[in-house]
Design a protein around this ligand. Structure first.
Ligand code: ZN
Length: 142
């Protein structure tokens, strides 16, 4: 559970909905090309008419690849001391036609089930010095 007053690590990239978290992207209504972050124009060279509409992506996907964040990332992430490496996944959101990167919520970053199902959650990245919680989208095995 996250603080309802928590700061989003990035503005206009994700939202909590009654059906769970979603990424805020866009999709071309002509050729169906998805964009995350949202694009104002279609970049498909075969598309005859750019018609960009807002789109929500997620929450279900498949873990396509994983790596370890072996050093503290820059703000807005708040790295606790002592720093513990964590897993970062490239997640295939098959239903949306995109792959996105997100932190993985797993106890042991060395034993992440690549190829397994994951779901998007909004979770804490830590607390700033002023006590304000910072949150972002993340993925957890399901
Ligand atoms: Zn298009």
């Amino acid at each position: 559970m996250t603080d309802s007053n928590a700061i989003h690590a990035a503005q206009d990239l994700f939202v909590a909905t009654p059906d769970g978290p979603r990424l805020l992207g866009s999709r071309c209504a002509t050729c169906r090309a998805p964009y995350f972050p949202a694009s104002e124009a279609c970049h498909n060279p075969d598309c005859q008419h750019s018609d960009i509409q807002p789109a929500h992506f997620g929450p279900n996907g498949t873990l396509w690849s994983v790596t370890l964040q072996n050093y503290p990332p820059p703000p807005p992430v708040v790295a606790p001391e002592p720093y513990r490496p964590y897993a970062v996944g490239l997640v295939d959101l098959e239903a949306d036609g995109i792959r996105v990167i997100g932190r993985l919520q797993v106890e042991d970053p060395e034993s992440v089930p690549v190829g397994g199902p994951v779901e998007m959650v909004i979770a804490s990245l830590g607390h700033q010095e002023d006590g304000q919680e910072v949150v972002s989208w993340q993925f957890k095995p399901c």
